[in-house]
Design a binder for this molecule. Structure first.
Ligand code: M6R
Length: 359
């Protein structure tokens, strides 16, 4: 059942501290990452990693891909439906990582099979033990989010992003010439605090009031830079999926290359900051603000973006690698409350299915 919540989606948003504790459990070992059957050395022949995924899982894959690139590993992230034409050279030193919570998405399975046919090694990152992706890939890593009923992916996104972050450090530890995250020890240590910090967001959020304040808007633009870009895309997907309002996500610096033409006082710009070096988000938010758009900063308090914003959804201080995931929880709540105020069928949005088993 819904455990006292009005919707499965809200129950699952609130299930994230527990889900994340399970995701992390036993996987950080003495400053290193231990991931199921993937023992140290298992990735030493890998030269290129190609993430393949759809929708929300694609956004989680973007998050992981960026961390792997930061570790100097050749990395691609491809929409699974485009893999066939976009994959580029693939050989036995290529690792194709299918990111799919259900393990049954047809486009993602197709990409996994195409990669395998072209000689790649394959890995499934999934929530479902025994799913098709888990069975067909050479190896599987489970995200341990627990069952998710709402069509909108929430806790599976968070658990995927964390699992992928751990996977990137495992891969970076093996691949010759890779450089694991500069302050990996601090990054892994702060991860232990993430479940509690998500709890803090859930207890202190102002998302409902903000959803109400901006309910009559025409469009909702989500922007972010670096890791914040994937969070912005995910925020916009969730928002349109359950509210049926027009929402788009952009890389902060891209706003002025077209979308700015749509910006008015009726299009709030929701700007994600990760607390890292993402000044592009602040400067481009100011551009939008000068066209009349209200700016909602989503991120840690002590960020210059907060000083210029009209409203702020706050997240606790953490390592920049994890701040985007806390911001995402605020965005989940913003979407949820807007959809609720609009009286949408939150757990079953029109035209969508939980698991998309057709190509
Ligand atoms: O099961 P998968 O992770 O492969 O599903 C992929 C997408 O269909 C899925 O993430 C979808 O975008 C979300 N349910 C949207 O909230």
């Amino acid at each position: 059942g819904k455990g006292g919540y009005d919707h499965y989606m809200l129950k699952e948003i609130h299930g994230q501290p527990t889900a994340l504790s399970n995701t992390i459990e036993g996987r950080i070992d003495d400053g290193d990452v231990a991931l199921d059957a993937l023992s140290p050395g298992t990735f030493e022949d890998v030269e290129t990693v190609q993430f393949v995924a759809c929708g929300t899982s694609y956004h989680a894959a973007m998050y992981g891909a960026q961390l792997l690139r930061a570790a100097d590993v050749r990395t691609d992230v491809l929409r699974a439906s485009e893999y066939d034409s976009m994959a580029g050279p693939v050989d036995e030193d290529t690792l194709v990582v299918a990111v799919t919570q259900s393990g049954e998405t047809a486009d993602t399975l197709d990409a996994l099979r195409t990669g395998a046919d072209r000689g790649a090694r394959t890995l499934a990152v999934t929530n479902v033990v025994g799913s098709t992706a888990a069975r067909e890939a050479d190896d599987a890593v489970y995200i341990r989010a627990g069952p998710e009923v709402g069509v909108a992916a929430t806790k599976t996104y968070s658990s995927q992003a964390v699992t992928l972050a751990l996977l990137t450090q495992r891969i970076a530890g093996d691949v010759p010439d890779a450089t694991p995250h500069g302050d990996r020890a601090a990054m892994l240590e702060t991860l232990a605090d993430l479940p509690q910090q998500v709890e803090t967001v859930l207890e202190t959020t102002d998302a409902e009031a903000l959803a109400e304040e901006f309910l009559d808007s025409q469009s909702y633009f989500f922007i972010g830079n670096g890791l914040g870009h994937s969070v912005a895309l995910e925020g916009a997907l969730k928002f349109k999926e359950i509210t049926y309002e027009h929402a788009e996500g952009f890389a902060s610096g891209q706003l002025k290359h077209g979308p700015l033409a749509l910006v008015t006082e009726a299009s709030p710009v929701i700007a994600v900051s990760t607390g890292s070096d993402d000044d592009k988000t602040r400067t481009n938010a100011i551009e939008a603000q000068s066209r009349g758009a209200p700016i909602v900063a989503v991120g840690p308090d002590d960020h210059p973006l907060v000083d210029v914003a009209d409203a702020h959804l706050s997240v606790p201080e953490t390592h920049p690698v994890w701040a985007g995931l806390l911001a995402n929880v605020q965005l989940q709540l913003l979407s949820y409350h807007a959809a609720k105020l609009l009286d949408r069928p939150i757990d079953k949005p029109r035209n969508l299915a939980k698991s998309v088993t057709v190509e």
